[in-house]
Design a protein around this ligand. Structure first.
Ligand SMILES: [Zn+2]
Length: 113
């Protein structure tokens, strides 16, 4: 399950950002075509956070839609998997333009007082 490694990566980024403060909220973007399962990340997050600055932090996952541009007919097409054909011409020469990434969007840390 590679979500475990990815989740640990998220936590590392947040800890670096937090500089010793407690993290209260983490917002993560997961693209529909990234191959990452949001529920698996949620599950791993809770386990991986124990004993870190992120313990008890909220995890907000923003799922972004997969979008590709057909190289044959230049139509922008909605993709649910990276193997989807163009919705207009049925071609498979598609360049993915959105929804391939997973990244940390924002990190909120608790005020010190
Ligand atoms: Zn097309």
């Amino acid at each position: 399950m590679h979500e475990m490694a990815l989740t640990q990566g998220i936590i590392e980024i947040c800890e670096k950002y937090a500089e010793g403060k407690k993290v209260s909220l983490v917002e993560v973007e997961i693209g529909e075509l990234s191959g990452v399962v949001a529920d698996a990340v949620r599950f791993c997050f809770e386990a991986c956070c124990l004993g870190t600055l992120l313990e008890n932090a909220m995890l907000e996952i923003v799922e972004t839609a997969g979008i590709g541009c057909c190289l044959d007919c230049k139509t922008e097409t909605r993709m649910k998997t990276i193997f989807d054909p163009c919705s207009a011409c049925g071609g498979y020469s598609i360049s993915i333009t959105a929804g391939e990434d997973m990244r940390v969007l924002s990190v909120e840390v608790e005020d010190e007082d």
